[in-house]
Design a protein around this ligand. Structure first.
Ligand SMILES: [Zn+2]
Length: 204
C-alpha cells in the first residue's frame, strides 16, 4: 500500500498560528480566455504545509537546502503513537518505545485529528530532543506545523538541527497505523533556503 501523508496545499490550508501572511496565494497568470495556456503563480511561505526544515532555519552558520540529504529522507521509518500525549512528547514518552541509532521517527499525535490549527498542538520538548540526539537518530517528522511551541530559544529545533538530524513538519497521520514503513520524502530542489515543501509517502 502507498500512503500519502502530505498536506494538500490550498488557500484555506491550516497555517502556523493562523497567520494570514503564511497562507498561500494563488494568482492566475494567464487563462484560456486571454492566452493559449492556463498558468498559475503561487506565493507561499516555505514553512506552509508539509516541509523539511534545514539547519539554517535556526542556526546562522547551519546548512541550507543545498545540503544533500536524500539518503536520510529515503528508507525505513517508524510511526510512533503519541495520541495520548496532551501537551508535549517528553523523554519519558520516548523511552516507552524501541528507538535505535539511525532511525527516522514519525510522531502521530492528536494534531493529525484536526484540520484546524491547534494553538496547543503537541510538540517535542527539549529533553526529548536531547534524548533523540544521544540516540543518534537520523530524522524526525511531526504532524504539528512546528516541532516545538513556546520554548525559549527554540531549543528543540537547535538541538536536532545542530546535529544535522532532519526535521519534517506538517505531516498527516490520522489514518496511519503505528508501525514500520518505507518512507519517500522529496523536498523541492530550491537553492540556498532554510526550508522546502515536500511530498512524503509511506509504503508497506
Ligand atoms: Zn518549519
Amino acid at each position: 500500500m502507498i500512503y500519502d501523508i502530505s498536506m494538500r496545499i490550498h488557500e484555506d490550508i491550516q497555517v502556523y498560528k493562523n497567520k494570514e501572511v503564511k497562507k498561500p496565494v494563488f494568482k492566475n497568470a494567464s487563462n484560456h480566455n486571454n492566452s493559449s495556456a492556463y498558468e498559475t503563480k503561487l506565493d507561499m511561505n516555505l514553512h506552509t504545509g508539509t516541509h523539511v526544515d534545514y539547519p539554517f532555519h535556526m542556526i546562522p552558520e547551519g546548512k541550507t537546502s543545498d545540503a544533500e540529504i536524500l539518503d536520510k529522507l529515503m528508507g525505513s521509518c517508524k510511526v510512533l503513537d503519541f495520541t495520548n500525549c496532551e501537551d508535549s512528547i517528553t523523554k519519558a514518552d520516548l523511552m516507552k518505545h524501541d528507538i535505535l541509532e539511525n532511525d527516522f521517527l514519525l510522531f502521530k499525535t492528536k494534531n493529525s485529528l484536526s484540520d484546524e490549527f491547534l494553538f496547543d498542538f503537541v510538540y517535542l520538548d527539549r529533553e526529548g530532543a536531547k534524548y533523540l540526539k544521544e540516540l543518534k537518530i537520523r530524522g524526525v517528522g511531526t504532524d504539528g506545523l512546528g516541532i516545538e511551541r513556546n520554548q525559549e530559544d527554540h531549543l528543540t529545533h537547535k538541538i536536532l538541527l545542530g546535529e544535522d538530524i532532519v526535521i519534517i513538519e506538517g505531516l498527516r497521520l490520522k489514518d496511519i497505523e503505528p508501525k514500520s514503513y518505507e518512507m519517500i520524502c522529496l523536498p523541492l530542489k530550491i537553492q540556498g533556503v532554510e526550508a522546502s515543501p515536500a511530498r512524503v509517502i509511506l509504503k508497506d
